[in-house]
Write a protein that binds this ligand. Structure first.
Ligand code: G
Ligand code: G
Ligand code: MN
Ligand code: NA
Length: 261
């Protein structure tokens, strides 16, 4: 249909833009960084969410140049936040970028990332690449090699939507990941206070396993203060969700971070 024909040239026409959603430290409430979320400003349909076009971009192969564009824009943005603040008082804002499975198998991933970091003067530890749990289920060494290279350089790798795919927990040990992003469904079950005791046990178990493997835990989809408090008590490290802020323009993130500092 219409989206399919318009997609291949949308990148050249400059129709994509990125919104940023803050990542907040649960212990002290400070803004530590943001996740980059791409949108398509379609000339007829208006703003389209990634669910509408990422699958199409994966199917047509546009995801490789689009993903590279998102990575470059986001890392530039992280640099701009740092510069706007004189690089000091805020502490660096880190940037999380989603990678689709097709980008993992694309041979240019490591080199593109290195070049983008060098061009922008952003250190690898300011970047976190998010890969879904399902993309890594049963991953062989060839698939993991580029992620391992990036992790060795100091780039964080996060396992996105964790707890939805059924990955073998023991498998975590061989993945070069340093962050688990707990799926939104866990946060949703913390709606009531006190939350369901079984769900509490599950999250408690995941957090304890994660920490014993030296992984940080980020929670997604936090919509209320009660959820944030419950997840903080359970030992989660970082949170993201509408309770703090919806995805928005980059200037807003800087303002949020300054207010906190
Ligand atoms: O905020 P939201 O509706 O925008 O995001 C929907 C989904 O799209 C999320 O699962 C998110 O991981 C994915 N997504 C957002 N931006 C990107 C991107 O730049 N690349 C890829 N591969 N997925 C993205
Ligand atoms: O990469 P991922 O699938 O995790 O992308 C985050 C998705 O979750 C985006 O679609 C984003 O807009 C959405 N999102 C972010 N915060 C909230 C929230 O508090 N509640 C809900 N329901 N969705 C959220
Ligand atoms: Mn994500
Ligand atoms: Na997610």
């Amino acid at each position: 249909h219409g989206l399919t024909t318009a997609l291949p040239t949308a990148l050249d026409r400059g129709e994509f833009f990125i919104e940023y959603q803050p990542l907040v430290h649960l212990g002290d409430g400070s803004v530590r960084g943001a996740e980059a979320l791409v949108r398509w400003l379609h000339p007829q349909h208006g703003v389209l969410s990634p669910d509408r076009f990422i699958p199409l971009a994966e199917h047509t192969g546009l995801i490789v140049p689009l993903g590279r564009w998102v990575l470059e824009q986001s890392v530039r943005q992280a640099r701009a936040w740092r510069d706007a603040n004189g690089g000091e008082e805020l502490g660096p804002l880190r940037i999380n970028v989603n990678l689709s499975p097709c980008q993992l198998t694309h041979p240019g991933l490591v080199q593109d990332t290195v070049e983008i970091l060098e061009r922008t003067g952003v250190t690898p530890d300011a970047l976190c690449l998010e890969v879904t749990e399902s993309a890594l289920i049963g991953a062989d060494d060839d698939l993991l090699k580029p992620l391992r290279r990036l992790a060795e350089m100091g780039v964080d790798i996060a396992l996105d939507d964790f707890g939805t795919g059924y990955s073998n927990l023991a498998n975590l040990r061989r993945l070069p990941v340093s962050v688990l992003k707990l799926d939104r469904s866990f946060t949703q079950s913390m709606q009531q206070f006190p939350a369901d005791p079984v769900d509490l046990k599950i999250v408690e178990g995941i957090v304890s396993l994660a920490h014993s493997l030296d992984l940080a835990v980020t929670v997604e989809g936090v919509e209320t203060g009660a959820q944030a408090e419950q997840l903080r008590i359970l030992g989660c490290d970082t949170a993201q969700g509408w309770y703090y802020a919806r995805p928005g323009p980059p200037e807003r993130l800087h303002d949020l971070a300054l207010v906190d500092a």
